[in-house]
Design a binder for this molecule. Structure first.
Ligand SMILES: CC(C)(COP(=O)(O)OP(=O)(O)OC[C@H]1O[C@@H](n2cnc3c(N)ncnc32)[C@H](O)[C@@H]1OP(=O)(O)O)[C@@H](O)C(=O)NCCC(=O)NCCS
Length: 127
């Protein structure tokens, strides 16, 4: 299964396969989860390798959600990020999932979109 198809089914939005592949190639870390050779999820991090990292695209196929796979990917990414600060966007409503891993809501986070600005707002990511 293509990774973009996992995003569509999860759901976590629409990804263009070529762009998704390049975004993984350009990431600091990518973690894929397989069951019996079948790709069922992923997560990735971008980082400067010293101070800062950001986790993106944590996504699991629906039939494998709530079985601990997302948690495992997050733990594996954390183990390999040699930094003092990790940020991420939670999907609205999933904040408690990340709080269990020590994440706190940021009070001064700012995001600037260059695409789909209104969708980002309507989906509850920004004021
Ligand atoms: C959000 C997402 C990545 C979490 O991954 P996941 O594999 O479903 O998460 P886990 O199974 O590790 O944890 C989910 C819940 O199952 C529980 N759980 C963990 N291991 C478990 C197990 N072995 N058996 C049953 N439940 C388990 C966890 O405690 C957690 O509880 P919570 O709902 O109170 O947080 C996944 O559900 C997903 O892809 N969702 C759609 C896309 C999305 O929203 N991505 C997030 C981007 S920010």
């Amino acid at each position: 299964m293509e990774v973009a198809e996992i995003f569509r089914l999860a759901p976590l939005g629409i990804r263009v396969p070529d762009k998704l592949r390049r975004s993984c190639e350009n990431s600091f870390l990518v973690c894929f989860a397989f069951v019996a050779g079948k790709l069922i999820g992923m997560g990735r991090a971008i980082s400067d390798g010293e101070y800062q990292a950001a986790i993106y695209d944590l996504v699991i196929l629906p039939e494998f959600q709530n079985k601990g796979v997302g948690s495992r990917i997050l733990i594996e990414l954390h183990k390999r990020l040699p930094v003092e600060n990790i940020i991420l966007y939670s999907v609205p409503g999933k904040e408690s999932f990340y709080e269990k891993f020590g994440y706190s809501k940021m009070l001064t986070a700012m995001a600037k979109r260059t695409k789909d600005v209104e969708i980002f707002r309507l989906n509850g990511y920004v004021e």
